[in-house]
Design a protein around this ligand. Structure first.
Ligand code: GUN
Length: 294
């Protein structure tokens, strides 16, 4: 391996340390008491782990969190009623409804039911529009984390060639806008892009968020490029076990890249740290305080 390993766990820990200090200061000086409500429907094992991590991290930075668990059989209207109750609760500054949701519930309806001021996931179409037009607002957590990781290697992204593989509403599209706001030159490629490896090889900054295990191979990487792997895929391993891999074939990509994020320990911890920051930011806005610039 020649690439530098970008330590998302350490970079996230640095950010959460700053968030903790800011939470303590705002509590002391302004009586701010930020609160996050997390809604978990059903018992998807991966979702249970994510939700546990999010509520534990919220407590670790000194903020309140409440966990609302609903059975997998809950009706869409009952879930929407809970979201309405959380929207109206002044003690709740951020609302996160963990996805995926069971088949009887239309996720878009739930996303649109969350009050934009409390939309700490950044999934609401209004939040997406604020980002696309460069207006202040909450920014989606995973793309924000990706930009912070890229900036840990290149403090200015201005003028850099960035390629995103993947065009989802939760990663690829918002990441495009965040990178554009950093003055990068951005290409969004996807499963239908012709000669994907050649397009990927243009990148000084390559972001892979296509949801396929170890999809990005050696021939996707320009020598010296910075690679941010957004994937988390559980694949079978020896002895009937399983292991987590990203959307990039790490070992071979690391032989060509200049810097690369591992999976786990790359984007994942940054997503949670950015969720903490969004919750604090939403609480500040609700209290008429300036956004913490961390
Ligand atoms: N499921 C997997 N990742 C996420 C996320 O970032 N937010 C929500 N709400 N659900 C998810």
């Amino acid at each position: 391996m020649s690439a530098r390993r970008i330590d998302g766990t350490a970079i996230a820990a640095e950010l959460t340390t700053k968030i903790s200090a800011e939470v303590a200061r705002l509590r002391k000086e302004h009586g701010l008491d930020p609160g996050l409500a997390v809604v978990l429907v059903g018992s998807n094992p991966a979702s249970e782990v994510y939700v546990r991590n999010k509520t534990a991290k919220t407590a670790a930075v000194g903020m309140r969190s409440s966990l609302h668990t609903l059975p997998a059989t809950v009706s869409e209207s009952d879930l929407l009623a809970l979201v309405a109750q959380l929207n109206a609760d002044p003690m709740v500054h951020g609302i996160l409804v963990q996805l995926p949701l069971p088949p009887q519930i239309e996720p878009q309806k739930v996303i649109e039911a969350v009050a934009p001021a409390k939309d700490v996931d950044g999934f609401h179409p209004l939040t997406a529009g604020l980002l696309a037009t460069g207006l202040p607002g909450l920014r989606p957590c995973t793309p924000s984390g990706c930009v912070r990781l890229a900036k840990s290697v290149h403090p200015s992204l201005a003028g850099m060639e960035a390629v995103i593989i993947g065009r989802s509403n939760i990663v690829g599209k918002p990441l495009f806008h965040l990178l554009l706001a950093e003055n990068a030159t951005v290409t969004v490629a996807h499963s239908r892009t012709r000669d994907l490896p050649a397009v990927a090889r243009r990148a000084d900054l390559l972001f892979v968020a296509i949801g396929r295990p170890e999809f990005g191979k050696r021939d996707f990487i320009k020598p010296g490029a910075t690679v941010i792997d957004v994937g988390i895929n559980r694949v079978p391993a020896d002895g009937g076990k399983s292991r987590l891999v990203g959307d990039v074939a790490f070992a071979e990509a690391a032989e060509v890249a200049g810097a690369i994020t591992p999976v786990p320990g790359g984007v994942g911890p940054m997503t949670i740290a950015c969720l903490m920051l969004n919750t604090l930011s939403a609480a500040c806005t609700a209290a008429g305080l300036p956004d913490p610039a961390l």
